[in-house]
Design a protein around this ligand. Structure first.
Ligand code: ADP
Ligand code: MG
Length: 480
């Protein structure tokens, strides 16, 4: 069997044992590089993915491989960067594998209206629902000390909808993960119980629909929609305040579903008792089942969330920079994510890795009043002033304990080559010198050599966390 087919078959066996989102994240573009005697070498596009796969999935992979070929006794993983090259079809496209195996959701996305049509069993009754975002899953919701209970309850509800946690009420201030959690439950239930009809709607949208239905005298049709719902997710119910006809309608919907043991999940920015301007009968119903609060995550959890988001965005960022963000953005997870996104966007545009200085500036830009902890924007600490390429060469040479002559010279050993490339990259990106001029400064090298070095380094910065750290430390010496 060809290597690729072998690996494809192994992945087909692995796939049902691993959550879909994880399967795609970690196994996309993997391949079997070599298989001889009893040894199998699996190629993985990044060192990050390699670490993850080795830690989490070695046993499962061994099982799947041995089922196919019991003679394999040793499995090795190797980082193989060409696998992530666009246009390379050496690695397995696991997304396609999932589609081919029919593991696509039982929902059809209608992009235009941002709605999905869920078809229920053989009766083919259709129901409109706002789109559930695939990005929100229970297993990418980072669990910290303070949100263990909400997560555990969400998991329980996903496993037994309509059980004891009904209704399930999640509250917390803005940007702490309410929408994430409620949609994750929806996604999980669709996976666990494909025959169930899951409807997600924001309270705001519900109000609009009630108003429309009244205007068009469609109230009957409106009510009909909810007749077949098994799981009803309603986001931000504080929005019902003072909207009396919507409250009344919602009250009927709630009762009809509840009486039929259908699962209801609600979110809000405050506990039921504090929902002013809401009918008492609704308030008391909201508090009837399980009520949980999402709290602000502590420092460790904030760092863990940032790391998780880096994985999702497929970016490597210096852990020290992540800790700096976590130290300075404490209010909401949305705020954390905002700074991270901005840092990634800027670094992609400018081809630079985010540094403490660059994220400090982003945080300051987003919130002028904020005091920055751990970095003085005005004073560049003890940083040296970098005026030209010679200054950069001196700093890099010192950092790697080599000489400037080594950098300029012809030595092709890795210990010299790497700093040389880093040096070229920094001169290009920080001083904006032309490839030609840089080549000249490095003993008359050709501009294509310099260009190649810079491109290679940019690529490597996406995979090599040590390199990211080194460049950050060097930049800090440069006051960047
Ligand atoms: P809310 O609805 O409470 O205002 P969201 O659910 O929209 O907040 O969350 C804001 C962002 O923060 C989302 O991108 C979400 O994925 C992320 N987020 C919040 N809490 C967590 C968590 N514990 N783990 C991972 N991501 C989180
Ligand atoms: Mg929300």
């Amino acid at each position: 069997m060809a290597h690729k087919d072998f690996w494809l078959n192994a992945l087909k066996r692995l796939q049902p044992t691993i959550k879909k989102a994880h399967f795609i994240t970690w196994f996309q573009n993997t391949s079997v590089i070599d298989k001889k005697e009893n040894k199998l070498i699996i190629g993985v596009p990044t060192s990050f993915a390699k670490d993850w796969i080795v830690n989490k999935y070695t046993v499962k992979i061994e099982q799947a491989v041995k089922e196919l070929d019991p003679t394999v006794s040793e499995i090795e993983f190797e980082v193989c960067s060409r696998l992530s090259d666009k246009g390379s079809n050496e690695g397995v496209n696991v997304k396609k594998l999932l589609v081919d195996s029919g593991d696509t959701k039982k929902v059809r996305k209608n992009r235009k209206s941002n709605e999905i049509t869920v078809t229920k069993g053989i009766t083919k009754e259709k129901i409109q629902s706002q789109l559930l975002n695939d990005r929100y899953q229970l297993d990418n919701f980072v669990i910290g000390v303070d949100n263990r209970l909400p997560h555990a309850a969400a998991t329980a509800v996903s496993n037994t909808p309509g059980g004891i946690y009904n209704p399930f009420y999640i509250y917390g201030s803005v940007g702490l993960g309410k929408t994430h959690l409620v949609q994750a439950i929806g996604n999980e239930i669709i996976r666990n119980f494909p025959e169930m009809v899951v409807k997600y709607i924001t309270a705001e949208r519900f109000v609009t629909e009630v108003v429309e239905a009244i205007g068009k005298r469609h109230m009957h049709k409106f009510k009909e929609q909810y007749r077949n719902v098994d799981v009803f997710l309603i986001d931000d119910v504080q929005f019902f305040a003072r909207k009396h006809s919507s409250q009344q309608e919602f009250f009927h919907t709630f009762n009809a579903l509840y009486d039929n043991n259908k699962q209801i999940i609600l979110t809000s920015d405050r506990p039921p008792s504090e929902l002013d301007d809401l009918d008492d009968r609704l308030k008391s119903r909201f508090g009837m089942g399980m009520v949980v609060e999402l709290l602000k995550p502590d420092f460790e959890t904030r760092v863990a969330i940032l790391k998780q988001k880096c994985t999702e965005f497929e970016t490597l960022i210096d852990p020290e920079v992540l800790e700096f963000i976590a130290n300075n953005v404490t209010d909401s997870v949305r705020g954390l994510e905002g700074v991270l996104r901005q840092a990634i966007a800027e670094s992609e545009l400018a081809q630079r890795v985010p540094t403490i200085k660059s994220v400090a500036e982003i945080i300051k830009k987003l919130n002028k009043a904020q005091e920055i902890i751990g970095y003085d924007i005005e004073n560049k600490r003890n940083a040296r002033i970098v005026k030209n390429s010679i200054d950069i060469m001196n700093i890099v040479a010192e950092y790697y304990d080599i000489t400037v002559d080594d950098l300029i010279g012809k030595d092709r050993h890795k210990e010299i080559m790497m700093p040389r490339q880093i040096c070229m990259y920094l001169i290009k990106n920080e001083l904006g010198e032309s490839y030609e001029k840089i080549g000249h400064g490095f003993g008359g090298r050709n501009h294509t050599t310099v260009m190649h070095a810079c491109n290679k380094l940019s690529k490597q910065l996406k995979k090599d966390v040590r390199l990211v750290r080194d460049i950050n430390s060097i930049k800090r010496e440069m006051g960047l």
